[in-house]
Design a protein. Structure first.
Length: 141
């Protein structure tokens, strides 16, 4: 039986007061921060977070981010931010889902795309470097 690798991570966040506006709902810009928290948990899980990327000779800048707001998060609400790595051959594409911890209701979804850039040359790679495949424990295409 082939076991599917788990390229996902979750972060539980309690919405702090400094993230909400006068209506006590999360200001839209903070959702990117919540995505980043889950993305870092995912990258830690595969032992290829930003410090390891730099040591390997690559930066991975975000070149695209997409958010879809479904329901607002509110002050003191506990949310679950899930990050799933869905593409890695030519770029890192991560899919996000934010849900209410108590009810499971979906609040926000989105994606981010990162590409490998060789630190020495500043050149963007057209395919992900071998180190990513090693960290993921998968074969190169």
């Amino acid at each position: 039986m082939i076991q599917k690798k788990d390229f996902s991570a979750e972060a539980i966040i309690e919405i702090p007061f400094h993230d909400v506006d006068a209506a006590e709902i999360v200001w839209h810009g903070h959702y990117v921060k919540y995505f980043e928290i889950a993305r870092c948990k995912l990258l830690d899980k595969i032992d290829y977070n930003y410090p390891q990327m730099k040591v390997s000779g690559y930066f991975w800048p975000i070149i695209d981010i997409n958010l879809r707001y479904i329901q607002p998060a509110i002050f003191s609400q506990q949310i679950c931010v899930r990050a799933d790595l869905v593409e890695w051959e030519h770029r890192l594409k991560i899919k996000y889902r934010i849900t209410d911890v108590e009810t499971g209701q979906r609040l926000t979804k989105g994606t981010s795309v990162q590409v490998a850039v060789e630190i020495k040359s500043g050149e963007m790679l057209l395919a992900s470097p071998g180190v990513l495949y090693q960290k993921l424990g998968v074969s190169e295409v």
